[in-house]
Design a protein around this ligand. Sequence first.
Ligand code: NAP
Ligand code: G3H
Length: 486
Amino acid sequence: MFENIKEGIVYKNLLNGEWIKSKSESTIDVHSPVNGDVIGKVQAMTKDEIDKTIENSKIAQKNWAEKPLNERAAVLHKCADLLEENISVLSDFLQKEIAKNKSSAISEVKRTASFIRFTADEAKHMEGETITGDNFPGFKKNKVSVVHRVPLGTVLAISPFNYPINLSVSKIAPALAAGNSVILKPPSQGSISALYVAELFNKAGIPKGVLNTVTGKGSEIGDYIVTHPGIDFINFTGSTEVGKHIAVIAGMVPMLMELGGKDAAIVLEDSDLRDAAKDIVAGAYIYSGQRCTAIKRVLAINDISDELAPLMLEEIKNLKVGMPEDDCEVTPLINNSAADFVQELIDDALKKGAKLLIGNKRKENLMYPTLLDNVTTDMRIAWEEPFGPVLPILRVQSVEEAIEIANKSQYGLQSSVFTKNIDYAFHVASKLEVGTVQINDKTERGPDHFPFLGVKASGMGTQGIRYSIEAMSRKKVIVLNIHEFS
Ligand code: NAP
Ligand code: G3H
């Protein structure tokens, strides 16, 4: 199935249906976070090759857009089937390349296949409308606006390391369904898993050039590709730092951005603390906290932390720490510098008086789950996104104070509110400046047909199957002026 995409451990790029090497003769080593081994090398593409790729994508898009929607949808269904048939290769590679534990890796692939199928079906319901002129004063019924949706052209999809398959496909599938061509720039760490998926799309019958890939370090080729005049839409998921940079330099190109988060769990005094502890721990530590939607701070009202913290500790002690193939929830972080950063935040909090309840233990890039109590707002961990398995508890005196601290963050992705009083939960939810509030559960993106969005530094635009298709298509209006007969 994958014989074309590599020579030995050197992976190529998909261009116009063929797998090719870069003329740069330069490659990027992809190291496994599990043991540091080089598990593959990907091409460092040149600017000239990026130009050719974009040119090819633009030509291919015209025919793809002409293809009847039901035929585009059928090809997407085939992609989903192939993904599922190759679940074992893909999930094994995810474990090696990004140290995602076995069951989460399998679920990433399954979820992605379901995502593609739902997208293919949803696209068939993206119907237009007709509007008659007489709704507006001074116009008559003979002016009829026929509104339908057309693709934007060539979509640049840039995905992050933590879901290299799902967060690549959640851009590719809606873009293709809408009739765009796609250039995928995968994360360097995660690129191989994404290239496998590109080959499955290729094998499923996505026409030549409709999906091309570009590999190379974001810091080297990123600015060039995002400012390229051939790009009609940028769909980016990654850090706020890079997202803001792209938004500044890219100019008048429409964008959909999902960025960082500092999701708060607000725990009220009347909540079921055992349930809350379970959800918070799962939300904070799964995949070592390397999720934009991980719970990244707990705001506990009054002294309920005295009860909540021991319940959380019980849950944390049940987490398995170790290697992805042993299906441990807490696995090595993506690299050593990510672990150094998490350590910095822990050290800063402890120096300033936070109480260590568990953790602060590290073996290279494997960080043990760490829980800090009595965290105060002068500590960096109260505000910064660790992207690692550390969770601060901030004790607050009132719900108002919890809301104030929650909203002071630069981020606005999601929040959780734990309480038995659903009416009050809605009140709190209405005050929180985030894209989504979860009542009595952990923060999370799925199910994938829900709208998913971040406000403030957490993103712009809305993703989610229908919303992504809408974002990557536009209205086309044709006005029919019907001759009136007296
Ligand atoms: P990242 O460092 O921002 O990288 C994301 C992607 O951007 C990678 O493909 C990267 O390529 C590329 N890139 C880097 N510089 C670029 C530039 N100048 N122009 C264009 N592309 C560039 O993020 P990450 O470390 O992979 O992911 C972690 C971050 O993503 C966290 O902050 C997390 O919260 C956020 N995230 C958000 C969501 C969400 O839905 N809100 C989902 C997942 C992750 P290279 O790998 O080659 O550098
Ligand atoms: O890392 C960001 C992802 O969008 C989070 O997705 O909530 O399904 O883990 P998730």
